[in-house]
Design a protein around this ligand. Structure first.
Ligand SMILES: NC(=O)c1ccc[n+]([C@@H]2O[C@H](COP(=O)([O-])OP(=O)(O)OC[C@H]3O[C@@H](n4cnc5c(N)ncnc54)[C@H](O)[C@@H]3O)[C@@H](O)[C@H]2O)c1
Length: 332
């Protein structure tokens, strides 16, 4: 029985801890977070030990693997502690906001043959998995263009966004990873534009709320990512992959497929699922289960620390494109 520590008792760690507790092949040994009230309540609910020191939790004898869901600036420390003890890690994105620090950490993980999976949960969304399967089976021929739409239902407070690292490293980073996996080739060029159409005060944080990014691969495949921090109709998450023999796309998700018809309106449907915790619930579960299955079978993990670095680099290239007004070559 694989025994797991979950670090963090906040939003994302709640999801991971519940998914660990629900997996019959593992034991949730401990949840750790310096936020005593939060960790005590979560551990009591899931029936495991609570700890207030994450480093101690990683080192416990009854912990074989670690899931990191704490604040971004703690990821590298906890990741390297676990790797040095030979314990596999599922770590939330991003590795760190500082590219230099993240690059050093990834090199260290690789030097130590560490087993680290980066939490790009959208790869494990059932829609995305089905699309990737269809692409791999040649159903749409050679991929030519990918279009990714990712809009949040509403802007978080400036106080929260202050620690986010900005829209590219916090939000669009998921889309950079999705672009890499759907294109099937690494982007070599990035062009980005950015605006403050929702809240001009984001200038105080040197951040933006509405961005568009173009990516091009060496063979000329293209991707268009558009992200906005506010969509009044809800969480808008759509993918379209266009190829030489067809196209594959998905729709937004809703609580049900019910449609209402009346004298004034037709095809009226329920609102979109509210936000990422609801929309991507399946993806978090599948991601965690794939981590567990790979660790138990001594198989390679489905994503790596280097995947985290590549997505972070694309985010930085987009920032450079905005600052210079030019296309940026991806050199990594
Ligand atoms: N994959 C996704 O869809 C997704 C979604 C949300 C957040 N995230 C990532 O997950 C991480 C956590 O985000 P969140 O929204 O859950 O944040 P959160 O604020 O809800 O939770 C973070 C937790 O970390 C704890 N913490 C703070 N400092 C700590 C320290 N030094 N050691 C241990 N714990 C510490 C806090 O007490 C808090 O409970 C971030 O890196 C974020 O980017 C990923």
């Amino acid at each position: 029985m694989l025994r797991i520590a979950v670090l963090g008792a906040g939003r994302i760690a709640n999801i991971h801890a519940a998914n660990v507790a629900a997996n019959p092949n593992v034991q949730l040994s401990v949840i750790a977070d310096p936020w005593r009230e939060g960790v005590d309540a979560l551990a009591a609910r899931l029936g495991c030990a609570a700890a207030y020191d994450c480093a101690e939790a990683i080192a416990r004898d009854d912990v074989d693997a670690v899931v990191i869901g704490t604040h971004t600036d703690t990821h590298i420390d906890y990741m390297l502690r676990a790797v040095k003890l030979g314990k596999p890690v599922l770590c939330e994105k991003p590795i760190d906001l500082d590219f230099g620090k993240a690059a050093q950490a990834v090199e260290e993980v690789e030097r130590l043959n560490g087993n680290v999976m980066l939490g790009f949960n959208r790869r494990f969304d059932p829609d995305t998995l089905q699309m990737r399967k269809a692409i791999a089976a040649g159903e749409i021929g050679e991929v030519r263009q990918v279009i990714i739409t990712s809009r949040d239902p509403g802007l978080a407070s400036l106080d929260n966004l202050k620690h986010s690292g900005g829209i590219f490293r916090d939000m669009t980073i998921h889309d950079f990873d999705t672009a890499r996996t759907l294109l099937g080739e690494e982007p070599v060029e990035v062009i980005a534009i950015a605006s403050r159409l929702v809240d001009p005060d984001l200038a105080q944080l040197d951040d933006w709320d509405s961005v568009m990014v173009l990516l091009r691969t060496a063979s000329g495949k293209q991707c268009h990512i558009n992200c906005c921090r506010e969509a009044v109709y809800g969480y808008d998450q759509r993918l379209e992959v266009f190829g030489s023999k067809g196209m594959i796309l998905n729709d937004n998700h809703r609580p049900s497929s019910v449609r209402t018809y009346s004298a004034g309106q037709t095809e009226v449907r329920e609102p979109l699922l509210n936000f990422f915790l609801e929309r991507y619930a399946d993806s978090y579960r599948i991601e965690l289960n794939q981590f567990i299955d790979a660790v138990r079978a001594h198989q390679p993990l489905p994503t790596t620390a280097r995947d985290g670095l590549k997505a972070l680099h694309l985010a930085n290239c987009a920032l450079e494109s905005i600052r210079t007004g030019r296309a940026v070559k991806v050199e990594l």
